[in-house]
Design a binder for this molecule. Sequence first.
Ligand code: PMT
Length: 411
Amino acid sequence: MTTEPKRILLIVGGGVAAYKSLELIRELARRDIRSRVVLTKAGAEFITPLAAASLSGDKCYTDLFDLTDEAEMGHIELSRSADLVVVAPATADLMAKAANGIANDLASTALMATDKPVLYAPAMNVRMWENPAAQRNVERLKSDGALFVGPDEGEMACGEYGPGRMAEPVEIADAVEAHFAKNAAGPLTGKRILVTAGPTHESLDPVRYIANRSSGKQGYAIAAALRNLGGDVVLVTGPTNVPPPKGVELVRIETAREMMEASQNALPVDCAVCCAAVADYRPSIESEHKIKKERGGLTSIPVAENPDILKTISQLKNGRPRLVVGFAAETDDVVTHAEVKRKRKGCDWMVANDVSPGEHCAMGGERNTVYLITDEGDEAWPEMPKAEVAQKLASRIAKAISGPTLVKAAE
Ligand code: PMT
């Protein structure tokens, strides 16, 4: 993979959200992505070229007819000097021009002349956003291949509420990073990987369910890390509140049986990482009506065993992924129990983590302390943020499965 920092051309339109574009430049810089800014005339009513230039460390471009710029760098070259063009805020006016091929200032000319993908972060009043003309332009831009992030729903500067707020800088930077990751040739390019994450919810009646404390954070981080290495990732997830990583195929499920079905539909894959905390049992009867306390309520819950996704995939006769990784959530004798589980289920690697309650509990928390158990023995990894566990695991997976794809047709 190239180590050259990525570059974006950031076109800042005229909207109150323009102030957030300054934070976007900083957020991108934190991720080693450089920005060069084109500020429209209206944009310059909200932020100054000096602020944009100071934060980006580059000249801020404002005028199509600036002869010095044309001598140093023409607008065509400027439009192609980046790996991605980002329009934030993308106003109704800028999108209308781009959708209809109007080029009458530096920003719209750069959008017409670029040969790079364009990511729009729209920002406008809710009525403007919902206006059929604006929606037509968005659809046209999408069908021309443009990418979009947001707009978000919320209270606007004008006091109205609804969709139209520009996505937050972190969200836009995530979309930029996901775009680069998806298009980067990495060690996992061409490899399809299934990741399961989060809890399952097993219904008792229309209002109650049995669940566990998994947040999905570890599984989502693994999906993002595998994607960053070029993997084509399917993330089958139980209900969570974690924002899904961009650039991965997301399949939302609720129950263990749905997770099994979605995982089987994702096959064949080169690698499966089963990080979900799947309920081993479900109530054997799901009441159609709310169970009433007055009618005896619940004194016991008869249960039925759920299918085991990890075991099923590990023991496939045909189309078994080259590498199957399970997770073992343990509270005592972590390594011993996880090794027994690895043998019983038949997966290649088991990542064991201690989920004893406490300040640093892996389940629901931000950090994890894991052991990687393989045929070669067990390795203790120091405590680290879940994103780092994910990166370390993803690079081990990449080492193990890089090389020609051997996936056969699934059963
Ligand atoms: O989601 P977070 O809050 O970030 O927390 C992460 C985590 C602690 C949930 C995660 O790191 C983890 O340990 N996941 C596995 C939890 C679990 O259910 O462990 P288990 O020992 O019960 O299951 C062993 C393995 O079998 C797991 O890979 C599990 O996905 C799989 N399994 C279990 C039961 C079942 N019916 N089907 C399965 O596939």
